[in-house]
Design a protein around this ligand. Structure first.
Ligand SMILES: Cc1ncc(COP(=O)(O)O)c(C=O)c1O
Length: 389
């Protein structure tokens, strides 16, 4: 009964923040203004809608400059960015890549595309993201550096090549400490920053701590290109390789079609990049508004029994998706049921990867925090409340 009242009050609180009383309130709607429409129309009128034209270069330059990454290479989506980042990180068939079980399936799919398989370690309860302690404990107990200088999983006799943490809901992982553990264990650090564009940890952008990082511009992200992604790196050679691999490994030539390896058609079309350039212009403003919305939610939750997820110490989060914790799975499910029935879109976390059929066979460390958080967390509508720019 008590909890039913909470659900009704929560629905009213969300509705008042969006000033919407009768329509369904989505989890994260894209926001477009005149500038976005003009940019797309201009790209159409120019005829440069595919891989040729300045829009892709401009979008890459804007994202590199915003994040402080040395180089940014645009891709058709975040999954493609992750796939190529893993390949450039040297991930081979048969390898293992350490990641978190609390993630969107794309993280693990990208690992699978390389012929490697995920190995799951736990998250921290405050960051919701891969835990440096869990990583370190797992490696101490199960791994060794052999004469080849590589990190081997003693249990499976496979090389653990890389570590792929994900900044969950936009909240940064303790990525500096994860980087230190990776260095100690000769692991390549690649960040899944799909959800965390604009999030900082210790003043530095997520996605720029690892050798490579991947961002997503899917329709539900903080800015969108419809579909799109970006590889971030400070390594010029890797950036050049990323561009080559994502454009079918085509060698420059005035008219011949020469491809020097098997590449991918993963390049972001100029039409999407034009939208990306326009969306970048609103990113700072949207970040401010999203942080204000999070403050507002936090103040509301402070008067309830339900903890609101705040940005971790040392972080400045983009608060991509706001979330709070219920007391147990049954209560989580009841609140999800009630709020969705009343037209306010709330969602649980993803089903943990180690419980999905394609990844159920993958090796795991202790996943206590992952299971605990997954049973309790509810995501809230988090779009920027005032649209148009
Ligand atoms: C954590 C995470 N990784 C990867 C992706 C993949 O991005 P995309 O949908 O652009 O392929 C997403 C989002 O969609 C995501 O949330």
């Amino acid at each position: 009964m008590e909890q039913k009242r909470f659900s009704r009050q929560l629905v009213a609180a969300v509705r008042s923040r969006y000033g919407i009383q009768d329509a369904v309130i989505p989890l994260h709607a894209p926001s477009f203004g005149v500038r976005d429409r003009e940019a797309v129309l201009e790209a159409i009128d120019s005829g440069f809608v595919s891989s040729v034209g300045r829009h892709v270069d401009d979008f890459e330059a804007a994202v590199a400059s915003f994040t402080g990454a040395g180089f940014a290479v645009a891709t058709v989506n975040g999954t493609a960015a992750l796939h190529v980042a893993l390949l450039l990180g040297g991930v081979h068939p048969g390898d293992e890549v350490i990641t978190q079980t609390i993630t969107f399936v794309a993280t693990c799919n990208a690992i699978h595309y390389t012929g490697a398989r995920p190995l799951f370690v736990d998250i921290d309860r405050d960051t919701l993201s891969l835990s440096p302690e869990s990583l370190s404990l797992f490696l101490d107990a199960h791994a060794e550096i052999r004469d080849d200088g590589l990190c081997w999983n003693r249990d499976t006799n496979r090389v653990i090549r890389a570590c792929l943490p994900m900044h969950t809901c936009g909240h940064p992982a303790r990525i500096d400490r994860i980087a230190a553990v990776c260095e100690r264990w000769h692991l390549v650090l690649i960040e899944d920053a799909a959800e965390s564009l604009g999030s900082l940890y210790l003043g530095r952008h997520t996605g720029t701590f690892g050798r490579l990082g991947a961002v997503s511009f899917n329709g539900n992200k903080i800015i969108t290109t419809g579909g799109g992604g970006m590889i971030l790196t400070d390594d010029e050679h890797l950036a050049r390789r990323a561009k080559h691999l994502t454009t079918t490994a085509k060698q420059p030539h005035p008219f011949l079609f020469l491809h020097d390896e098997v590449g991918f058609n993963y390049r972001l079309p100029a039409l999407n990049a034009a939208l990306g350039c326009a969306q970048m212009l609103k990113l700072e403003g949207d970040l401010e508004q999203k942080r204000a919305l999070a403050e507002d939610y936090a103040a509301w939750f402070a008067e309830t029994d339900y903890p609101f997820i705040r940005e971790p110490a040392g972080a400045r989060s983009n608060y991509w998706l706001n979330a709070f914790l219920t007391h147990d799975r049954k209560e989580r499910d009841d609140i999800l049921e009630e709020t969705n029935a009343l037209g306010v879109m709330t969602r649980p976390l993803w089903t943990p990867m180690h419980r999905l059929a394609p990844f159920a066979h993958c090796p795991c460390g202790d996943l206590t925090n992952s299971d605990w958080i997954e049973a309790r967390l509810v995501k809230l509508p988090s779009s920027v409340p005032v649209h148009g720019h």
